[in-house]
Write a protein that binds this ligand. Structure first.
Ligand code: FES
Length: 497
């Protein structure tokens, strides 16, 4: 009997030889297949189609496929092992990674630095010449922890309940070292004097090797929020041992140093006028404030905006409907990569709801007109009544968060000078439609799409001596929205379109 089998991957036209019994998950992750539920067999996000050959299917796997409405030509990669030569079709899961090229003010100094944004999904690093501010090299990667779950909650579960904390720490540190070593090679061996890393609180804990247990159960709080310093040797970097590697401190259990960096990037702590920062990533983080006082909070908004929890939802990759407009025939959709539509991503979802509100297919309570429980966008892609409810929950959470923080600080909507929207998703949204559905209720001219504020802030902090970061930490208070009086009423009101 053969000991090795061949897996062919379509449409990538790749061939991989692996030993019999290899988990498909180990092979496919490096080809971009994602494992949103961390391999529990519940989400179907890791599904692959068997085009030729076979992969053994047991009764449990069969019933999981049935629950997900998938026929027997599919396999869940997280439940599969290589049992023979096979040809699989995998989607084009090319993750979009947002770097940063915004200009910023700085005081020139000698040397080089590296800014590193460690996201739940993606990782991006830039080498900066501290004398000119020029970005000399960029490295991006998918966070290798993603094979153990797409969001922070599944990473916490894997770390705490499946004994995976060490694995997650090792995976992310190894990838970090590969990226930094590559950047140093690319830039002909520059020696960074400082590497600043930012990320959400779960990434902070995993990178720094801090215990995630307190974040796994009520009240989901961690007190271990400080910055962490490492030497290059500790992290396996091939560079001078004088380089200081610092993971910046976090602001709260679910508001990390990516947001701290964002506050620095938009200059909130120095602004006389109040500003708002909204990061619409996997979590929806919100910050409101000015040079006197800053409040921050997190909401469970991300899943809908990132396509999770939406029946035909997907990330903004090939085959996703990314925008919807009204046309004479009804609607016109734009599909990423000009391919057949496979699903809809967050920006398309916002557009679709805005258009259906305008055309009366959905009422202001979010109910689909008539008897149907879904609305088609293409013959195969549709939105369900539940999807609309999911979006209502997400946009209601963000809008309520902004309102509560603003009112707690005593600002009226018209006092706000600008609303900065950060994150990859924020770069693609149609501002008029975010206003139409009540997600961001501010005049369009006040809203600024800022891209990756985490990376920009990390770069800016390379030029600082730490005073500005300390100033932000001193001025910022984390607020738990759910415990705010009237939260439920405000939330219910903001769920309406
Ligand atoms: S079904 Fe969710 S990762 Fe496989």
């Amino acid at each position: 009997m053969k000991k090795y089998y061949t897996i062919r991957l379509e449409p990538l036209d790749k061939k991989v030889e692996v030993p019999k019994g290899t988990p498909l998950k180990d092979v496919l992750f490096s080809y971009g297949v994602e494992f949103p539920c961390g391999g529990k067999g519940l989400c179907g996000g890791c599904r692959v189609k068997v085009l030729k050959g076979d992969i053994f299917l047991d009764e449990r796997h069969k019933s999981l496929l049935k629950k997900l409405n998938l026929d027997l030509s599919w396999r869940l990669a997280c439940q599969s092992y290589v049992t023979g030569d096979v040809t699989l079709e995998i989607g084009q899961f090319d993750t979009f990674i947002l770097a940063d090229s915004s200009p910023f003010r700085f005081k020139p100094r000698e040397g080089y630095g590296i800014a590193f944004d460690l996201g739940t999904t993606t990782m991006v690093a830039q080498v900066v010449n501290l004398h000119t501010g020029e970005v000399m090299g960029v490295e991006t990667a998918v966070n290798p922890q993603a094979q153990h779950g797409a969001d922070v909650i599944s990473r916490i579960e894997y770390a705490v309940f499946r004994d995976g904390q060490e694995t997650l720490t090792r995976l992310v540190r190894e990838k970090f070292a590969i990226m930094i070593n590559r950047l140093i090679r690319k830039t002909c061996g520059v020696v960074p004097e400082k590497i600043v890393v930012v990320g959400n609180t779960v990434m902070h804990h995993l990178f720094c090797g801090k215990d995630l247990t307190p974040m796994a159960s009520y009240p989901f709080e961690t007190s271990d929020r400080g910055s962490c310093h490492f030497t290059p040797k500790e992290l396996g970097l091939k560079t001078d041992d004088h380089t200081d590697i610092e993971f910046l401190p976090v602001l709260g259990s679910f508001v990390g140093s990516d947001i701290l960096a964002g506050i620095l990037a938009i200059g909130m702590a120095e602004s006389e006028d109040p500003l708002i920062l909204v990061d619409l990533g996997t979590n929806g983080e919100i910050v409101v404030g000015n040079r006197d006082r800053i409040l921050c909070a997190s909401t469970a908004a991300g899943p809908a905006f990132e396509g999770t929890n939406i029946h035909m939802g997907m990330r903004a990759t090939t085959g996703a409907i990314s925008s919807v407009t009204k046309s004479e025939e009804g609607i016109r959709v734009h599909i990423i990569g000009n391919e057949k539509a496979r699903g809809i991503c967050g920006s398309g979802l916002i557009d679709a709801i805005a258009v259906f509100l305008e055309t009366g297919k959905i009422d202001t309570g979010g109910k689909i007109a008539g008897e149907s429980d879904h609305i088609n966008l293409t013959p195969k892609v549709y939105l369900t009544q539940r999807d609309i409810r999911e979006l209502q929950l997400a946009k209601g959470a963000v809008a309520s968060g902004i309102q509560i923080l603003r009112e707690t600080l005593g600002f009226a909507p018209e006092d706000i000078r600008n609303v900065y929207v950060s994150g990859a998703f924020g770069s693609f949204i149609n501002l008029e439609n975010t206003r139409r559905i009540g997600l961001l209720k501010y005049p369009e001219e006040k809203i600024i799409k800022m891209g990756n504020t985490a990376l920009l802030g990390a770069k800016m902090s390379l030029f600082e001596n730490g005073d500005k970061i300390r100033d932000i930490l001193q001025k910022t208070t984390h607020l738990s929205l759910e415990t705010t009086p009237h939260f439920q009423d405000i939330f219910a009101e903001n769920m309406m379109f």
